[in-house]
Design a protein around this ligand. Structure first.
Ligand SMILES: Cc1ncc(COP(=O)(O)O)c(C=O)c1O
Length: 361
């Protein structure tokens, strides 16, 4: 069996997969309503929120679009904090729907600078919302969300958070950190297959929702709320993925959120230590290096594409390459969800054998 160590989709425990083999049920019936209510309640605990949480049948990108179209109107000014591929994607979605995006870009591999966020909000008073990627999966950087949030709230702006590869694995107390819309996807730290996005909304987000004029139909959170009150989703949901998520959330609550966060911290450290023991360097600024994905700089003649191929073909270890302008320049180890230090040891041992075969001197 392949050892899938990409930053999502992540491997699913066998009881989670087993849950997907159950027969379909009526998504307008009582049994589904009960499962949906239970899953939603569990998600609220793991999001650390008293606010509303919805399941959307979508990949993570759909939930980024949902966050935008439910809170903004064409012409609204939006500050986009970006330090990688996914920060750029969030901004592009806002732009496509007519927002006036003010980019605040940081070097890829570096974290967003809180003072720069403050200066940007000070310079442009008409900004309505701030977009931020908590964990930039493309570079392996976790932005320091708590102080960013404090600044955003000091200026009384909406905070829309891409937490797709962080929440559930890296601490993100949604209410304490005043995140207005927070989004994630089932295939990341949640140990479930792809197919669902999960979003939370604050009261401020609902106030914005009532006034937001961007076109929306499938993503309308008001519809999601009115249907959830009946134990339903507005549109046919990914029922099998909800069955799976129901089991994985149960496992997560049993382990306990603080333990999960601590395990990811240990696993992240093991990955960083292992990489350094091989003579390689982290791509991310180390003090902001992510506990869910480690990006490694290619150096000393290492051909990452060849290395990834040999790892897969000869060691059944599947890692991820760099995206866009980082293609060939970095590779990434995903370590979120169902993962332990032993899994990292397997990856590091395989890398040790394959690196010289892929040109590393
Ligand atoms: C931080 C982040 N944002 C957005 C996405 C996009 O999610 P999806 O591929 O599920 O649409 C990902 C997926 O890798 C991600 O890690």
């Amino acid at each position: 069996m392949e050892k899938l160590r990409i930053p999502g989709p992540t491997p699913c425990p066998s009881n989670v997969l087993q849950a997907m083999t159950k027969q379909m049920i009526n998504h307008r019936g009582g049994e589904f309503g009960q499962i949906l209510n239970e899953v939603t309640a569990k998600l609220k605990q793991l999001f650390q929120t008293q606010g509303d949480v919805f399941l959307l049948t979508s990949s993570g990108t759909g939930s980024l679009e949902a966050a935008i179209v439910n809170t903004l109107s064409p012409g609204d000014k939006v500050l986009s904090i970006s330090n990688g591929v996914f920060g750029e994607r969030f901004a592009t979605i806002a732009e496509q729907f007519g927002a006036e995006v003010i980019p605040l870009r940081f070097e890829w591999g570096k974290a967003a600078d809180v003072d720069a966020v403050r200066r940007a909000l000070h310079a442009e008073t008409k900004i309505k919302a701030v977009l931020v990627t908590h964990n930039e999966t493309s570079t392996g950087v976790t932005n320091d969300l708590a102080p960013i949030s404090s600044v955003v709230k000091e200026f009384d702006k909406l905070l829309l958070v891409d937490a797709i590869s962080s929440i559930g694995s890296i601490n993100l107390p949604v209410d304490d950190w005043h995140c207005d819309v927070t989004v994630t996807g089932s295939q990341k730290g949640w140990m479930a297959p792809p197919g669902l996005a999960m979003v939370s909304l604050s009261q401020e987000a609902w106030q914005a929702q009532a006034k937001a004029k961007m076109p929306r139909f499938y993503w309308d959170f008001a519809q999601a709320k009115s249907y959830l009150e009946k134990g339903q989703t507005p549109w046919t949901p990914a029922i099998s993925t909800i069955f799976a998520l129901s089991v994985s959330l149960e496992m997560m609550l049993k382990e306990g959120l603080p333990n999960i966060i601590a395990r990811h911290a240990r696993v992240g450290q093991a990955a960083r230590d292992g990489i350094k023991s091989l003579g390689l360097s982290l791509f991310a600024e180390e003090s902001y290096a992510s506990n869910t994905v480690t990006a490694v700089a290619a150096s000393d003649g290492l051909d990452t594409k060849k290395m990834l191929r040999i790892l897969r073909e000869e060691h059944q270890v599947v890692l991820a390459g760099g995206q866009q302008r980082l293609s060939g320049k970095i590779f990434r180890i995903g370590h979120l969800g169902w993962v332990t230090e032993d899994d990292i040891e397997t990856v590091i041992s395989a890398l040790k054998v394959v690196m010289p075969q892929a040109g590393h001197s």
